[in-house]
Design a protein around this ligand. Sequence first.
Ligand SMILES: NC(=O)c1ccc[n+]([C@@H]2O[C@H](COP(=O)([O-])OP(=O)(O)OC[C@H]3O[C@@H](n4cnc5c(N)ncnc54)[C@H](O)[C@@H]3O)[C@@H](O)[C@H]2O)c1
Length: 284
Amino acid sequence: MAVKRVGIIGSGIMGSGIAEVAAKSGFEVVLRSRAQSSADAMVAGLEKSLAKQVERQKLTEADRDGTLARVRAVTDLGEMADCDLVLESVLEDVETKKHLFNELDRICADGAILATNTSTLPVVEMAMVTGRPERVCGVHFFNPAPMMALVEIVRAITTSDETIAEATAFATACGKNAVQVKDQAGFIVNALLFPYLNNAARLYDAGVATRDDIDAAMKGGCNFPMGPLELLDLVGLDTSLAILEALYAEFKDPNYAPAPILRRMVTAERLGRKSRVGFYDYRK
Ligand SMILES: NC(=O)c1ccc[n+]([C@@H]2O[C@H](COP(=O)([O-])OP(=O)(O)OC[C@H]3O[C@@H](n4cnc5c(N)ncnc54)[C@H](O)[C@@H]3O)[C@@H](O)[C@H]2O)c1
């Protein structure tokens, strides 16, 4: 079955970015937010992003109009009924996601793929609350979704070959390089990346170097485009904490035990760019 209509659940950083990628790639997109105000904000954000691309001559006006016409923002989950692939990108919390998969299973057509953008959580847990565990997989985009080339296609032990092939074809049609990985916490990228980010937060907290010097060191010394503390702010400290907790729960490796500073910052609502303050201050 070829995917034509894609449902995206969650209009946060990732949901909005994936909606833009899919609509630009020619898919019909139904984006579901819980609140009408977030749905409206997502459409306004998309308009702004596309307008910038037209200004920079990276997109024609006709393609901008076509992309916008392909996106429908809704609040009713029932609108997912005629989507061929539904990709959830809500809060990184397994109970929230399981509840959603259970509802989607009741709403969506039998053959539809139900996918998760989770960074670390066990895909099989979401699969097993549905009556179609063979049609459930991970489709893990990276942040910011319109710019990052990679998508990890995650195979739970229940996922069928057909589902993996269709999800891979979807990611490829979105212009992404798809890699396949089994359902193990952190998949490839976050399993390798998060011990590094976590240890950067520990170095900072221990006063080994300043924020700016830690970031400058990794940019200048390793040729990374961003420093680790900047990257934590981009990902979101709440999401980063949830990712580390899931990794630690799975492996009990001390490198994954969240740096205490991360938990303190999340409690203080210093979530990074999304709350406009994290390791850096974005309010100025
Ligand atoms: N931030 C990243 O760099 C990144 C990268 C790849 C994947 N992810 C994954 O994408 C998913 C979303 O992350 P994000 O960064 O977009 O987070 P975000 O905080 O920007 O957005 C989360 C969205 O979930 C919604 N939400 C919260 N509770 C909900 C509930 N109970 N039911 C339904 N919706 C709910 C919020 O309203 C919001 O729209 C997570 O699974 C995360 O691990 C994040």
